[in-house]
Structures are given as C-alpha cells and as structure tokens.
Write a protein that binds this ligand. Structure first.
Ligand SMILES: NC(=O)c1ccc[n+]([C@@H]2O[C@H](COP(=O)([O-])OP(=O)(O)OC[C@H]3O[C@@H](n4cnc5c(N)ncnc54)[C@H](O)[C@@H]3O)[C@@H](O)[C@H]2O)c1
Length: 220
C-alpha cells in the first residue's frame, strides 16, 4: 500500500517568537518543516529542542535566489519573517520596505508550486479604528511604515495567489503574547498583566470603565 508522505511546510521567520511556537507544533503534528531565517531578530535557542527534526536554512528573504531554494519541494508556506517594530519603522522606513515588502514579494512570487500560502499581517493595517469591535472589512488606514508594509504584503500575496492558484490565508494578528516574546516588545497584554499583578487596573483607552468593575475598589 502506498504510504502518504508528510506535508512539507516552509516557515520563514521560524526562529522568532511566533515562528518557534509554530515550528514546534508542526513538528509534533508530523509535518516536515523547513525554516528560513536570517537570525537578525530570532535565535536558534528558540527552536533548540526541534533543530534535529527540521531543516534550518540561514538566509535572507531579501535574496530571491535563497528564497527560491528554500521554497523548492514544499507544499505550504507560512511567511512570518519580517521586521516588527512600529517605532523603528518610522526611523528606518527603507529597511522596513526592503525586508517586509521586497521580502514578501520574493516569498509570494517564488511560491508558485505550493498549495497554501499563509501570511502574517497585522492589526496595524486598521490604524485608529472607526468602529469597535473591528470588523474584518474595516477600512485599511495604515499609520506607520510598518503598517503600510503589511497592507502591501497582503496585496502581494493575494495577487500572486490569483496568478498561481495557491490558497492565500492572511492573518491580521493583534497582540500575540507568551513565552519567548521579544523583551523589547511591551504589547498591551504584557502591560495589562504587569498592572494587574501589582493590583492595579489595566488602562484601556477609548473605553469608559464601570467603577463597579474596578478591582479592589480602585478607581479606573
Ligand atoms: N507578535 C505580535 O504580536 C504580532 C502582531 C502582529 C503581526 N505579527 C507578525 O507576525 C510575524 C512574526 O512576528 P514575531 O512577533 O514572531 O516577530 P519576531 O521578530 O520574533 O520574528 C521574526 C523573525 O523573522 C526573522 N527575520 C527578520 N528579518 C528577516 C530577513 N530579512 N530574512 C529572514 N528572516 C528574517 C527574524 O530573525 C525573526 O526570527 C511578523 O510578520 C509580524 O509582523 C506579530
């Protein structure tokens, strides 16, 4: 009887925070995993426990040749590699354009033979919400070069999916948190946890608190 072969997945940015969790999960679920990461912001320590079970390619998504080699033979791509610091993107917009837009262009274009392409976009594409909770069809109003690179990335992935026929999946991630998140990244959930663990209420902008809901009768 013919043996089903394991699905092969390329994870770009697989040595980063989200990537390292995904890579572990894929390995434990029986997928064959290849990681492409230039280790500029991630680390091999993040995937230490599964390094023997994956193929690790140290390389840059800005280099089309490297990306083409990394995509060869895979069935699906999860494209996470990116620079992710909104403030940094305002002082280094060229760098953000190169990595996040050119990099996504390279990965989306090189992936002509895959069946599924997952792209990590961001809630930053919505800018200041005009409607809460934010519906998926909320207008896109990027307020930073980082956010603009994600809008461009989404468009690139969707356009190459039309061309090649792969299934595009765009995830607009909000505040991901957990072990291995970048030390410099103080996302809102981290701030909430810090305040609540000091017995203080979380500060929620744009929301009128009901005093009855404040922990330990504090004002919030
Ligand atoms: N963490 C969040 O809350 C959040 C929210 C919204 C969107 N996202 C998106 O999810 C993805 C993963 O985010 P993360 O928090 O894990 O970030 P991260 O910085 O931990 O991981 C990004 C990885 O990409 C790699 N990388 C950077 N530039 C590269 C390049 N030129 N070539 C190859 N690899 C490169 C880094 O070395 C790192 O390992 C990113 O696309 C990010 O924009 C994250």
């Amino acid at each position: 009887m013919k043996q089903e072969r394991a699905m092969r997945v390329l994870v770009t940015g697989g040595a980063g925070f989200i990537g390292s969790h995904l890579v572990r999960s894929l390995v434990f679920s029986g997928f064959q995993v290849r990681v492409l990461d230039n280790l500029s912001r991630g680390s091999l320590d993040n995937i230490r426990g599964v390094l023997d079970s994956i193929e690790f390619v140290e390389g840059d998504v800005r280099d089309y040749g490297t990306v083409g080699d990394a995509v060869r033979g895979v069935d699906a791509v999860v494209h996470l590699a990116a620079l992710t610091d909104v403030a940094e993107s305002t002082v280094e917009p060229d760098l953000y354009f190169d990595v996040n837009v050119r990099g996504t262009y390279n990965v989306a274009k090189a992936s002509r033979s895959v069946s599924v392409f997952v792209f990590a976009s961001s809630s930053a594409v919505y800018g200041e919400p005009v409607k809460l909770p934010i519906p998926e069809d909320h207008p896109l109003q990027p307020k930073s070069p980082y956010a603009a690179t994600k809008v461009a990335g989404e468009a690139l992935v969707l356009s190459f999916s039309e061309l090649y026929g792969y299934r595009p999946v765009v995830l607009r991630l909000f505040n991901v948190y957990g072990p291995r998140q970048s030390k410099s990244y103080t996302g809102v959930i981290t701030e909430f946890i810090k305040r609540v663990s000091r017995g203080e209420p979380p500060v929620i902008y744009g929301w009128e608190a009901d005093p009855g809901l404040c922990p330990r009768s504090r004002r919030c």
